[in-house]
Design a protein around this ligand. Sequence first.
Ligand SMILES: Cc1cc2nc3c(=O)[nH]c(=O)nc-3n(C[C@H](O)[C@H](O)[C@H](O)COP(=O)(O)OP(=O)(O)OC[C@H]3O[C@@H](n4cnc5c(N)ncnc54)[C@H](O)[C@@H]3O)c2cc1C
Length: 339
Amino acid sequence: MNVHTNIPLKNYLTMKLGGSARFMTDVSTADELAAACRNAKSQNLPFFVLGGGSNVIATDNGFNGLVIRNRIPGFDVLEDTASGAIIKIGAGEDWDETVAKTVQMGLSGIEAMSAIPGTVGAAPVQNIGAYGQELAETFVSLEAYDSETDQFVILENADCGFSYRHSIFRGEQSGRYAICSVTLKLFKSPPQPPFYEAVERYFNEHGITLFTAANVRDAVIAIRSEKLPDPSERPNTGSFFKNAIIDDWQLTELQKNWPDIPYYELDGKQVKIPTGWLIEQVGLKGQLLHGMRVHDKNALVLINESAASYSDLAAARDEIMAKVRDTFRITIEQEPLQV
Ligand SMILES: Cc1cc2nc3c(=O)[nH]c(=O)nc-3n(C[C@H](O)[C@H](O)[C@H](O)COP(=O)(O)OP(=O)(O)OC[C@H]3O[C@@H](n4cnc5c(N)ncnc54)[C@H](O)[C@@H]3O)c2cc1C
C-alpha cells in the first residue's frame, strides 16, 4: 500500500477548500480497500473513502487520519433478458461514463441522472437523483467492506434506508461501510412521459416526439450545462442545500404570505419546497458572500469565487441559512458531507 502524507484536500475536492489529509492512499481492488480500512483501524486512525470529491467539504483543520481514494474498476452484465439487464459496476467507475455506457446499450433507468459528477460508489451514499429519477429506483444491491465486523457484505435495496438524498451510509451507519461495487437493474423499454418539467420543455422546444434514453440524456446534459457551473472552472459541489421538506400545515401557513410558493406533494402529509426559491426570495441569488457566489442561475449552488478558507464558506452558509430561517421559519440543510 502506497501511503502519502500531508496531502492538501483542496486538490481532491471540487469546492477547492480545506486543510490537509494526514495520510492518503489509492485502492483499486476490494481487498486493497479492506486492507486500507483495517490498517487505519489497527492504528486507531479515523478513515474515510473518497470518490471524486464532488460532495465533500473539508474544514481548515483537514483530516487527521487516512483518506482512501477508491479507484475500483468493473462493468459486468450479470443478466441480460428481453426486458432488461442487471449490471454490476465497480465503485471507482465514473458515474456519468457508466450512464453513457448503459444508454449506448439501449437501457433506461438512469439516463435522467446524466452528468452528475463523481463515482458509482458514492451514488448510494446520498441516493443521487435528478430530473425525476433517483438511484433507489434501479438499485438492486451493493457489495461493501463492513469495517465493524471486518467482513465483506451484500446490502440489498431495503437494507440501505434510501430516502430523499439520504441513506444509512450518510445517516446512522456513516463511516461503517466501504462500498466496492453497485448492482443496478435497468430496462429495455424506452422512458415514458410525463418527464420532469424542464425535460418536457426541452422536448417541446426541439420537436422531439420519440422518447429514448439517449434523447433524455441529451436533454438533461443540455439543461444542466445551462444551469450548473462546471466545477473544473468554477469550484462548487452542485446543490449546496437540500430542498426543504415541510408539513402540509406549514405550507398552509406560508401560503398566507407567499401564495405563489412552489411545492411538490410528497406523501399527502409533507411537501418539498425548492430551497433555491427560498434563497431567491430573501434576496441572495447572485450575491457574493465571504468570497462565495450564490449562483445567479440556480441559487442552490454556491461557487467558490475567492473564499480564502473553509471559514469563509461556513460564514456564507450560515448567513444564508439564518436569512431563510428568519423569513420562512424553515431550517435548510447542507447537502455535501463534511470532514
Ligand atoms: C456540478 C455538480 C452537480 C451535481 N449534481 C448533482 C445532482 O444532480 N444530484 C445529486 O444527487 N448530486 C449531485 N451532485 C453531488 C455529487 O456529484 C454526488 O453526490 C456524487 O454522488 C458524489 O460522488 P463523488 O464520487 O464525488 O463522492 P465524494 O464527494 O468523494 O464522496 C461523497 C460521500 O460519499 C462517501 N463515499 C464515496 N465513495 C464511497 C465508497 N466507495 N464507499 C463508502 N462511502 C463512499 C464519501 O465518504 C462521502 O461521504 C453534484 C455535484 C456537482 C459538483
